[in-house]
Design a protein around this ligand. Structure first.
Ligand code: GLV
Ligand code: MN
Ligand code: MN
Length: 417
């Protein structure tokens, strides 16, 4: 199976991607479309993917984490598997390509090999990882961390926003939390992991580059910030006597922007969620809960941002006469991609007659968990306007096809090496 000799079917790839993107449901009270949110994957999405896998010749099983794993044997039974994959869940009101492209392209790679009548030396596996985004349970990379043996105590006890425990939700996907260890893979079972993904940022689209070779995946620290003041009447309480949790929250949110922005302590900082209690215009908020995160490739920068966040929280608490508790929820280390694996993608891009640039990933990916078990690499394709995690997310059919072709070439090169 000489690398560069096989071609993907671009129209089949884009038709399958469109079909998956169509299978969204309109969420009440939300003006955008969601697809297979968190663990509430509509069964249709999973069944659709399973059917595509089966027609590509993959035998499908579901592991204890609810990951969908399709496998096709190679000609040499002594070799470990080359794994291709990504996820089908999205953030609330997310886009059509984040995760979905990597899954559909992985299946297209296997289908293209089957159509050519050839067989790889290595077994090939296509994996749809469970709940990459962390939506609903606030525990991300659930499926890929199970495969890597990286589950934490908080994963086992996680309860969804709807009050349903993860342990009760996993069986809906065919998983079983009490057997989660069985989802773990040994390094000697795997040859490498390759993931195609949209960039989700502006670099490739702005520069006119069709392919990005990922050099590493960002580190991320997430905080739960609980601000408790005193609820009181909005009409009768003098300004000087208020303990307003919202005013404090606003200052903390601006401080997060300042820490990453003007102070450049770390690359980016975001307050992305806010719960206001009791949430009425005529009541001074007694409690506000913020969801905050910082990201950087250097873990020391994330540590410095946390110090700055805690210092600011103390200052604001004092000034506003409120109590502020900052709880670190997750600290995901940054993951470098080895130069060998970067070279594999660069060579695969050259075989496709395409140009590439190298760039780090500011988004998190299943690859960062899988990279702790087996050599891993990522291919990026342009996101129009750099928009992602939003309904306007778009990657052209041509760029999707380029990415899938590079994934196929990379798989074939890995099979030779
Ligand atoms: C995952 O999509 C992330 O938030 O980076
Ligand atoms: Mn995402
Ligand atoms: Mn993704």
């Amino acid at each position: 199976m000489p690398a560069g000799s096989l071609g993907i079917n671009a129209s089949r790839l884009n038709d399958n991607l469109d079909a998956l993107g169509d299978d969204w449901h309109h969420d009440e009270g939300c003006t955008a479309w969601w697809r297979s949110r968190a663990l509430r994957h509509p069964r249709r999405v999973r069944n659709y993917v399973i059917e595509l896998m089966q027609s590509a010749g993959l035998s499908v099983r579901i592991d204890a984490a609810g990951n969908i794993i399709g496998r096709i044997e190679g000609t040499d039974p002594s070799l470990p598997a080359i794994v291709l994959g990504s996820h089908t869940d999205t953030v609330p009101a997310g886009g059509r390509y984040d995760g979905a492209l990597g899954v559909i392209a992985a299946i297209e790679v296997v289908q293209a090999i089957k159509d050519s009548g050839r067989t790889s030396r290595h077994p090939v596996e296509v994996v749809v990882f469970t709940n990459e985004e962390g939506t609903g349970f606030h525990r991300w990379l659930l499926g890929s961390r199970a495969v890597a043996g990286l589950w934490e105590p908080e994963d086992f006890s996680a309860v969804g926003d709807d009050g349903v425990a993860l342990a009760s939700r996993l069986p809906d996907l065919g998983g079983n939390i009490s057997r989660i260890d069985e989802a773990r893979r040994r390094p000697d079972e795997l040859a490498c992991y390759l993931e195609l993904h949209i960039e989700q940022g502006p670099t490739l689209h702005r520069g006119g580059f069709p392919i990005g070779v990922v050099t590493g995946i960002t580190g991320r620290s997430v905080y739960h910030i609980d601000i408790v003041g005193e609820a009181n009447h909005a009409g009768t309480t003098p300004m000087s006597l208020r303990r307003d949790a919202m005013s404090a929250a606003a200052q903390v949110a601006l401080a997060v922007r300042h820490i990453a922005g003007e102070m450049e302590v770390c690359r980016v900082g975001t307050v992305g969620s806010m719960e206001v209690h009791p949430n009425a215009a005529n009541v001074i908020p007694g409690r506000v809960v913020l969801g905050c995160e910082f990201r950087d490739e250097r873990m020391e920068s994330l540590a410095a941002a946390e110090v700055e966040l805690r210092r600011t929280a103390e200052e604001v608490a004092h000034a506003e006469q409120v109590a502020i508790t900052v709880t670190a929820q997750r600290n995901t280390p940054s993951v470098p991609i080895s130069s060998n694996m970067q070279q594999l993608i660069a060579d695969a891009t050259g075989l496709a007659g395409l140009e590439h640039i190298s760039l780090p990933s500011g988004a998190g990916h299943d690859a960062q968990a899988i990279a702790t078990v087996t050599p891993s690499a990522m291919v990026f394709v342009p996101s129009v306007g750099g928009i992602s995690h939003a309904p306007a997310e778009y990657t052209t059919p041509e760029d999707c096809a380029n990415g899938a072709q590079v994934l196929l070439n990379a798989m074939a090169l890995a099979d030779e090496r």
